[in-house]
Design a protein around this ligand. Structure first.
Ligand SMILES: [Zn+2]
Length: 240
């Protein structure tokens, strides 16, 4: 009955989570190839990612924003606590559709912050719980499995611990779901401002931006799906 932990291959695990994991792998490969493809295509405005991010944020009403270069590939993110946009070297310095798309998307998060966009606010409020829950849940759930006792002599502590573990994991699933509107909205804001400000000026450029951001969005969908299927698995493998 300890199949989940002691046997590396639980057919139910692969049946439920396998397809979602494959989708996640595919999405990761696709975001990388799409980024690489449009990193070769320049934009007429000739702006770097950093310049585009600055312009998009300003057009969106952001007055206080630091933009820094950070190491890594696709490591770009917005840090709301210090109101800092950290862009990877390729995005920060690049003058391509990929650089501008990613930079504008991150600037979109800074606009969400200034406008107190509901889903971003909710997401930020969930961070402390998720930070603890995302690492603690598995140990608590495993302890619950361990202390579950036997069918003849069940130990109620085991059930309680499993439930706590599942609840904590459920919170991280909820977090991933709340992340989806935040990500889609940041891309929509980015695309709107890029078009209205003329940073992206042709149909082809706009299509390229959409493709890069669409591929990135797919990775969030895939990881949310993986989390949901993992939750289903835990509920089915829960021991009474
Ligand atoms: Zn984002």
């Amino acid at each position: 009955m300890f199949a989940f932990f002691f046997y590396p291959i639980d057919p139910l695990y692969f049946l439920l989570i396998g397809p979602a994991l494959l989708l996640a792998l595919w999405a990761t490969a696709r975001v990388q190839s799409t980024f690489a493809k449009y990193a070769q295509v320049g934009v007429r405005s000739g702006m770097t990612g950093a310049e585009a991010a600055r312009a998009v944020a300003r057009a969106g009403g952001v007055t206080e924003l630091a933009i820094e270069e950070t190491q890594g590939f696709l490591s770009d993110h917005y840090d709301p606590t210090s109101r800092t946009l950290r862009l990877s070297p390729q995005v920060y310095r690049g003058r391509s559709i990929s650089s501008i798309a990613v930079a504008a998307h991150e600037a979109g998060h800074s606009i969400q912050h200034v406008k107190a966009y509901t889903w971003l606010t909710l997401r930020s409020q969930m961070v402390p719980v998720v930070k603890i829950g995302s690492t603690a849940w598995i140990w608590i759930f495993m302890a619950g499995m361990f202390f579950a006792g036997t069918r003849q002599a069940p130990n109620p502590i085991g059930g309680v611990l499993q439930n706590i573990g599942i609840l904590l994991f459920g919170a991280t699933v909820l977090f991933q779901l709340v992340t989806l509107p935040v990500e889609f909205d940041a891309s929509n804001r980015a695309k709107a401002v890029l078009a209205s400000s003329g940073i992206v000026s042709t149909q082809e450029e706009a299509q390229g931006v959409s493709k890069v951001l669409g591929a990135a969005a797919m990775t969030y969908v895939a990881s949310a799906l993986t989390a949901i299927m993992t939750l289903v698995y835990l509920l089915l493998r829960r021991r009474d």
